[in-house]
Design a protein around this ligand. Structure first.
Ligand code: NCD
Length: 310
């Protein structure tokens, strides 16, 4: 099925200029939320979540409500016809007749791509298996641009489950397009970044190192992106239990960090960051959630082709 409308399946579906525009709109939303309060009147967003979520689903819903639109959807495969054996393709062809735009999360890599070929309404990938999570990346880019005042010339440490962590994969894809980004990839051997992502780093000629020790990396970092070990993607419980507490960020481990380090985490956190770090002014992970709503508002407007005039 062909269509002219835009989807967001991978972060590379957006050019750098389009990302800049989304960041600018999100910044305007922060300053003038009332300007946007009726922008999506009579529009409906469907959130189809075949996997658990708190932030992504609720921020999409909150974003649409703050644009004056309405929301419908389901929050688990069990409460949809997927439990009866319905295919993603059939679900999408149905919901495409109800909603103007669809955000979907699915445990299978590539499911949102398949969905996009089955409907005439824009599809947003809200996370597909261990693959990609482009709207988390928009959230992360907005956070970094606000906190650091730039999206280039910095060293980003990515720590934890780099194998299954889809937020990490999308963030790398996005930042590879900016100048002067260096990467420190901090993970246990078993959870290293997948080869297809390493190839992308190499193809782009990016400077990167793979290490296992967070404290060794700490002094170099401008951004530290902590991630959860992705329990649901492990094949056996024993491996998860052995690896789950490999990295726990504590105030002591931050002793040799830069004063303007930006500590990020897509959340949910399990044990990777001690709650004692929450009061450190460098902790940005709850601020990220604020950015997430605003940039999703900007994205919904963009994909629906709605312009809000001054
Ligand atoms: C992440 C995800 O779902 O990939 N959460 C989120 O959307 N903010 C990270 C995770 O689950 O660990």
């Amino acid at each position: 099925m062909s269509k002219d409308i835009r989807n967001l399946i991978s972060i590379l579906d957006l050019s750098i200029e389009e990302i800049d525009k989304l960041i600018n709109v999100a910044n305007d939303i922060e300053k003038n939320p009332e300007k946007y309060a009726e922008a999506c009147r009579h529009k409906q967003l469907a959130t189809l979540f075949f996997e658990p979520s708190t932030r992504t689903r609720l921020s999409f819903e909150s974003a649409m409500l703050s644009l004056g639109g309405s929301v419908l959807g389901f929050s688990s495969a069990n409460s949809s016809s997927a439990a009866k054996g319905e295919s993603v393709s059939d679900t999408i062809q149905t919901v495409g007749n109800y909603a103007d735009i669809i955000a979907m999360r699915h445990p299978k890599e590539g499911a949102p791509f398949v969905a996009a070929n089955r409907t005439q309404v824009p599809i947003i990938n809200a996370g597909d298996g261990g693959h990609f999570h482009p709207t988390q990346t928009l959230t992360d880019l907005l956070t970094i641009s606000r906190k650091k005042g730039r999206l280039k010339d910095m060293t980003i440490g990515l720590c934890g489950d780099l194998k299954f962590g889809r937020t990490v994969h999308s963030l790398i894809e996005a930042t590879l397009r900016y100048e002067g980004i260096k990467y420190v990839l901090i993970s246990p051997e078993e959870l290293r970044l997948p080869e297809y992502m390493i190839d992308k780093l190499k193809e782009a000629g990016a400077e990167f190192e793979e290490i296992t020790d967070l404290e060794v990396a700490m002094p170099k970092l401008d951004v530290l992106y902590m991630t959860r070990i992705q329990k649901e993607r492990f094949f056996n419980e024993e491996d998860y239990v052995r690896l789950k507490d490999t990295y726990i960020l504590t105030p002591e481990k931050l002793n040799n960090a830069k004063e303007d380090l930006c500590i990020m985490h897509p959340l949910p956190r399990v044990n990777e960051i001690s709650v004692k770090v929450d009061d450190d002014p460098r902790a940005c992970y709850f601020y990220q959630t604020r950015c997430g709503k605003q940039v999703r508002m900007a994205l919904i407007l963009f994909l629906l082709g709605i312009k809000v005039e001054d």
